[in-house]
Design a binder for this molecule. Sequence first.
Ligand code: A2P
Length: 358
Amino acid sequence: KEFNVAILGATGAVGTRMIQQLEQSTIPVKSVKLLASSRSAGKVLQFKGQDVTVEETTPDSFNGIDLVLSSAGGSTSKKFLPEAVKRGAVCVDNTSAFRMEKEVPLVIPEVNEKALYNHRGIISNPNCSTIQMVVCLEPIYKKFGLKQVIVSTYQAVSGAGQSALNELMEESQQVLNGEPTDPKILPTKGDKKHYQMAFNLLPQIDVFEQDGYYTHEEWKMIHETKKIMLDDMDAKDIKVTATCVRVPIRIAHGETVYFEVADKSATTDQIKDALDGADGVVLQDDTAHQIYPQSINAEGKRETFVGRVRPDYENEGAFNMWVVSDNLLKGAAWNAVQIAERLVADDLVRVPDNPYLG
Ligand code: A2P
């Protein structure tokens, strides 16, 4: 069987990578439809060397579509994905719109592929920073158990979209030229104030939660991790806390992850062994030769890179590690296409009789 695929948000930072990842995937593609807003309608992009004209998204855009890959913002997903499901399309959504819904599997193929069997038309891709952390925690959890995780992120600007990336480049040039900057997008487009990102760090990703303490990005890392690893967003079996910081780089998020395992006899070598060769993970850890993951080396790669794995000498059973991955690929486009590949392989590209319609 061959599939009619639609990419919603095809002109965006993630959407353009979805096109590329789909080109390189094992999915037999019959046709590709590229969808965006009216702003981009008529623009011509390419799929496997063929011109494809971008179309404005309407509910009927999904007639005859088997599979949707979407990354056009949460409100766009809320509006259109139920319409796509009604028309028989299975949707893999990169936005946070449906991630926490009970009826929606939140999937990292290396970790909880089986959850795909329960899908009712919509499958969510986790948050980019959650994905790369959990891909590394899972092999450790399986061997040694996990009690607590404390993560701090160093997140690239492309996570906020193409317009944020353009803003960083423009501001950097302005600062180098000694000109004033005029921030309009970062830290988060929807919030009231905007700050310079160039040569700066911003400890705000997404809006602040009702509690006035955590950002929504931090909330996502905490609760998505539990939904993926424990199948329960409020589970207390693994305690998770997060600090998310935007840094002025283009692509690839870095994370320092402190974790305490249940099996106190675990050694650093055993932790490194568990990571080495784990599905989707590449260990780059040789301090004698200054080998460790770097953002610029992770760009364009599907894998998650881990290094600086080391013991916390003050706490038994506790370790630190440094995790880097391309936020637009494993953190978004590749994870979505990888889910789609598994759906195809397991014959799950069909909407069941009790579809989830939002
Ligand atoms: P457009 O190019 O027409 O604005 P990014 O995450 O890089 O900001 O990209 C967002 C993507 O979502 C773009 O492809 C953008 O298309 C698309 N998009 C934004 N709003 C809508 C909408 N209301 N309907 C369809 N696509 C949208």
